[in-house]
Design a protein around this ligand. Sequence first.
Ligand SMILES: [Zn+2]
Length: 243
Amino acid sequence: MAQKRPNIPESVKRQIRQRCGFGCVICGLPLYEYEHIAEWSAVKRHDPDEMTLLCPTHHAEKTRGLLPVAEVKSADQAPFNFRSGQSESFPLRYSGDSCLVSIGGSIWRHEFTQDAVVPLLVIRGCAVIEVKKQDERLLLSLRVYNKQAKPLLQIVENELVFSTSSWDVELVGRLLTIRGGSRDILVQMEFQTPDAILITRGVFAFGGAQIQVEPDHIHLPKYNIRMAGYSARGNGGSALRFD
Ligand SMILES: [Zn+2]
């Protein structure tokens, strides 16, 4: 009788993600499967050193024998995302005439009637979250840091790129989580495409000023201000500004 294949423990999955740069070792895509380099039937164990990350396309190529195992092994030794220190860019599918951005439980909505660039969160004159409507496209841009002002991720006109030096980065469903340790969530955001993004953890910063986002409030450590439950429906003049 065939032996039932046990689930891969979460700690093993994390070790594989960390070793593989949080993306397919061949192309860097943060949508992947946990793959045994040698077939499961041959090894029958979940050893993180014998496993790798492959996106659905490269997984299918390997399964069909079109992607040689030797190539997977060499990519596993030098994963795509570690070559540049940041992930391959991943396109977010935002579109339409309206958007909703939720940050720490405060909500901004904007309806576009024409092409425009709309700042939603402004720190010292710099738009750290911005939405642009251009030629039928809705383009989101933002940058997120840790409390030590180290950049963790950026979205530039819908192209998501994250640093591979974080302890863990995981995209599960539409939820992106970046961790600094096992109980230390640095960034959490849900991409509710086509028109919404929910940010529940992260630090936004510019020019030495910092805004810390927690699940139910925004915290400005410099002024010891906490803000919760703000809601704006905008024409472009309703951005949250900290000057
Ligand atoms: Zn791939």
